[in-house]
Design a protein around this ligand. Structure first.
Ligand SMILES: [Zn+2]
Length: 255
């Protein structure tokens, strides 16, 4: 095999080679948090051989229930205008326009991916949130309790595609890691990078703060793959590939 593509729902992405083993290929597709759980979805792989032949493999992926919690969040009165759903929709559209710029190249390095900060988590990915008892929203990342001024690191090598002020995310940085993987870091008091800049894994990209739709100093850290939000802590755990191929043909993915 020399490459190929994988299709899952509206995502169609290329295989990329394992940096340590040229005979092993990966492709990342995502079951979004809004997918109906406890059912099977079709997944199709097209593998290209050296002699020009191709092989199509059809399978199913079972999407399991995510077990997301509900959280009530209180936003101070002077920032309450930020819970307007239109503000959220506008910001997501802006982020999606970044995520649509697909880099078919590995920008992360042999260090892989790491936590952006060592700190206690305060709010999980996927939570159903109710702001000021009125507006519902889904949590797109994980929150970490970080005092203002705490250094925040790039989770992996890549290229900065956004560094600036957003309504909800405050001072925000987005890094493109290639093959559809983007990481975002929010509510900085100061950012230390600019758009277009290449960053190393673990490089300090800013210091945490309380800007945007935030109820206290913290880091919000999110990952999108192929334009779908994924659980950033799960992503780090998943990144270490299994030692041996699974005997189960059906891939199991979480929402
Ligand atoms: Zn958050």
């Amino acid at each position: 095999m020399i490459g190929g593509r994988v299709r899952f729902r509206d995502q169609e992405v290329p295989f990329f080679p394992d940096s340590d083993d040229e005979d092993t290929f990966y492709a990342l597709v995502v079951a979004g948090v809004d997918l109906t759980a406890n059912r099977d979805y079709e997944i199709t792989a097209l593998a290209l051989r050296e002699n020009g032949d191709s092989v199509t493999i059809n399978g199913t992926a079972r999407v399991v229930l995510g077990g997301f919690i509900r959280q009530d969040v209180t936003i101070p009165a002077d920032r309450a205008y930020l819970i307007d759903p239109i503000v959220e929709r506008t910001e997501l559209a802006r982020l999606n326009s970044l995520f649509e710029q697909y880099t078919a190249e590995q920008l992360w390095d042999e260090d892989g991916f790491m936590l952006p900060v060592q700190a206690e988590t305060t709010s999980p990915f996927g939570a159903f949130r109710v702001f000021n008892e009125t507006t519902e929203s889904r949590h797109t990342g994980w929150d970490f309790r970080t005092a203002t001024g705490t250094p925040i690191r790039a989770m992996g090598a890549g290229r900065v595609v956004f560094a600036g002020l957003l309504d909800i995310r405050g001072n925000h940085v987005v890094i493109d890691h290639g093959y559809g993987i983007f990481s975002g870091y929010s509510h900085f008091s100061q950012t230390h990078v600019t758009r277009g800049q290449a960053v190393r894994s673990g490089q300090i990209i800013g210091v945490s703060g309380n800007t945007g739709r935030s109820s206290g100093p913290h880091l919000h850290w999110e990952i999108a793959v192929n334009g779908e939000w994924v659980d950033s802590l799960d992503f780090l755990r998943m990144w270490i590939p299994p030692a041996a191929p699974s005997e189960d043909d059906d891939a199991v993915v979480g929402t």
